[in-house]
Design a protein around this ligand. Structure first.
Ligand code: ATP
Length: 267
């Protein structure tokens, strides 16, 4: 299949604070790949380097063989991106938001209407296409952002905590759209706090304090612990000696059952 993402010795610091520390990982084409870590682990900083928003201060990242620093245009063309913070114009309608993207990505004028139609249908938002986005729920906005990110047929989709902040219904609906891409062979790299989402990916990289702790297929990482009831959280604990989530306010069992039901962790 070939390599979609190759990160070699990548580091990034904010002043004295090391956010990403000598990270090495590869993502193969066609993989669903999760970056799992607690708040502040460096997930967004790392994804921002893949997204060409932030330059690695050391090391190298290539996307589909293109260097993120020297081949920025090719990299951006290959990418579909959903940022952690919403990046829609709330005053415009769903359709208008997609129209702008079609123009920005220079989709041929004759095809734009059809591409926007298909994207709205795919997001199951065609019936509300003329409504201002500010009237949408969080889940509807996130589905629109996801459909928009796919309009120019990217080879790699980067999602920064795509389901964060959504209610269970919004999360399920969005996750169903995301997983439908898996069957189509799309390459997806997503950061997440959510154990269920991470466990349903082909491979996961667990990071803490900017460092890669473990990487592999979730089932293989869990099997290494030799327990049939273990989860990726236990993998995290086994490597770091601490819990993935700060559960000082909630008992661990309650937290785990909340996570397993697709619950949300607030920061
Ligand atoms: N602009 C910034 N200036 C200074 N420090 C920053 C900045 N952005 C992030 N950091 C710090 O760098 C570390 C990594 O942050 P980052 O946002 O990449 O982590 P994260 O894993 O995405 O966290 P979260 O899950 O909360 O989004 C954190 O300690 C954070 O406080």
């Amino acid at each position: 299949m070939g390599t979609a993402v190759a990160a070699t010795g990548v580091s990034y610091r904010y002043g004295d604070h090391v956010a990403v520390d000598d990270l090495n990982l590869t993502v193969e084409k066609g993989e669903f790949f999760a970056i799992l870590g607690p708040n502040g682990a460096g997930k967004t900083t790392f994804l921002n380097m893949l997204m060409t928003v932030t330059r690695p201060q050391s090391g190298r990242v290539t996307i589909m063989g293109h260097d993120v620093v020297t081949d920025t245009t090719e990299v951006r063309r290959a990418l579909g991106v959903v940022f952690q913070d919403p990046a829609l114009d709330d005053r415009l309608t769903a359709r208008e938001n997609l129209d702008i993207h079609a123009v920005l990505y220079a989709l041929p004028r004759k095809e734009r209407g059809n591409v926007v139609d298909r994207a709205l249908k795919w997001a199951e938002l065609d019936h509300v296409q003329s409504r201002a986005v500010r009237t949408f729920s969080g889940g509807m906005k996130r589905r629109l952002e996801l459909a928009r990110a796919l309009m120019h047929k990217p080879s790699l989709l980067l999602l920064d905590e795509p389901t964060i902040g959504l209610d269970p219904q919004g999360r399920r609906h969005l996750w169903e759209r995301i997983t439908s891409l898996r069957e189509q062979g799309m390459t997806v790299v997503m950061s997440t706090h959510n154990l269920i989402e991470a466990e349903s990916c082909h491979r996961v990289a667990i990071i803490d304090k900017g460092r890669l702790i473990a990487t592999g297929a979730p089932a293989a990482l869990i099997a290494e612990l030799g327990s049939s009831t273990a989860s990726l959280e236990d993998v995290f604990i086994a490597h770091t000696g601490k819990q993935l989530f700060d559960d000082s306010a909630t008992g661990r069992d309650g937290m785990m059952s909340f996570a397993r039901q697709g619950g949300e962790f607030t920061r």
